[in-house]
Design a protein around this ligand. Structure first.
Ligand code: UFG
Length: 343
């Protein structure tokens, strides 16, 4: 059985990916510092897959701990690197901490991978690298725009580090996956997104409002140049997204990625406005959502959605779940969390 190290594996996208890897026949070792997730996610992963992943609590900023991780698990063949800080607003407040965390952890990982002969890495990147794209849908050749937050900049810098790291070390195989807007939860409602404090993102804010934790959703702007005036994003189901990682790992391990450094957009190819998401949520939940329109949020782009042709063709992967099914899974998860008083 092949073993994959999943950094940030108790986090939102990480935990869903662990389940999909296990269901595809991989053994998984998770490393996470639990700075933004809970240890019992490991139990819930086991409930879904019937297999307990290995779990190491460690901070990848710690170089010695990162080396220890690899020396104690020589069976690791590939890495999926999710572990990172990801709040756009917080990164503006704490830029140094964001650079330290997101960059140092990648550097330590790469050094450890080189020392222990691990050549395959899948990197969690973001459509934030495209900024406000000139053309829609946006494809992988679109220019990288100046990042509008330290968080976004760390994603650009990490991609550059990976590209450069291959030059003297062509055995290093890299797939960078640029996510659009991941939403929803596992259909079992055993794992999902658990934002700490007030959610920044749209869908957790919607579900928390619907369940009564937040009074009202603020729609950030209805004066965009879009059909209904609200901003447009490409909302992708987190399980669909997780499945793309399994395909990427298979591609790396079987050395199908001839280019050595590959980038794929992961989205649905469909753009939905904030008002459309609200309407779809009301339909699937049967709840009337309390919301009002306020001003635009700093740093938000008007619209971004993916051209997914490359991922469809090269990875043979396609997002399958509808917006409604995905919102329904997010709602089921919110109700599960509140029933169990998780957060
Ligand atoms: N929105 C609201 N009200 C809210 C929260 C969000 O109207 O309370 C709107 C936003 O203005 C935006 C849309 O809902 O138009 C989606 O917002 P999210 O915060 O859910 O997602 P973003 O598109 O802003 O951010 C996502 C990822 C980031 C990544 C960024 C790249 O969460 O990590 O995409 O564009 F950097």
């Amino acid at each position: 059985m092949r073993t994959v190290l999943v950094t940030g594996g108790t986090g939102y996208i990480g935990s869903h990916t662990v389940v999909e890897l296990q269901q595809a026949g991989y053994r998984v070792v998770i490393v996470d510092d639990l700075s933004n997730s809970y240890a019992d996610v490991v139990d819930n992963i086991e409930k879904i897959s019937g297999q307990r992943p290995g779990f190491v609590k460690a901070d990848l900023k710690n170089r010695a701990a990162t080396m220890d991780l690899f020396s104690s698990a020589p069976e690791i063949e590939a890495v999926i690197h999710f572990a990172a800080s990801k709040a756009v607003g917080e990164s503006v407040e704490k830029p140094v901490a964001y650079y330290r965390n997101n960059i140092d952890s990648l550097l330590n990982l790469l050094e450890a991978m080189q020392k222990y002969g691990v050549n395959h890495i899948v990197f969690s990147s973001s459509c934030t690298v495209y900024g406000e794209p000139d053309q829609l849908p946006v494809d992988e050749n679109a220019p990288i725009k100046k990042a509008n937050s330290p968080y976004g900049n760390t994603k650009q810098i990490c991609e550059e580090i990976l590209r450069d790291a291959r030059v003297p070390d062509p055995d290093l195989n890299v797939v960078s996956l640029r996510y659009f807007n991941p939403i929803g939860a596992h259909p079992s409602a055993l794992i999902g997104e658990l934002p700490i404090g007030v959610p920044n993102n749209l869908v957790p804010f919607i579900t928390q409002t619907a369940i009564g934790i937040r009074k009202e959703l603020k729609v950030f702007g209805d004066d965009y140049n879009t059909p209904d005036g609200s901003a447009i994003r490409d909302y992708i189901n987190v399980v669909d997204l997780a499945k793309a990682h399994v395909v990427a790992i298979e591609r790396l391990i079987s050395e199908k990625n001839k280019a050595g450094f590959e980038i794929f957009n992961l989205g649905t190819g469909r753009g939905n406005s904030v008002f459309e998401v609200i309407k779809a949520f009301e339909k699937v939940s049967g709840k009337k959502l309390n919301y009002s329109v306020t001003g635009r949020r700093d740093g938000d782009v008007e619209q971004v959605f993916a051209n997914t042709d490359l991922a469809n063709r090269e990875l043979g992967w396609k997002a399958e779940k509808s917006l409604e099914e995905t919102l329904s899974s997010a709602w089921k998860w919110e109700q599960h969390v509140r029933t169990n008083q998780k957060n």
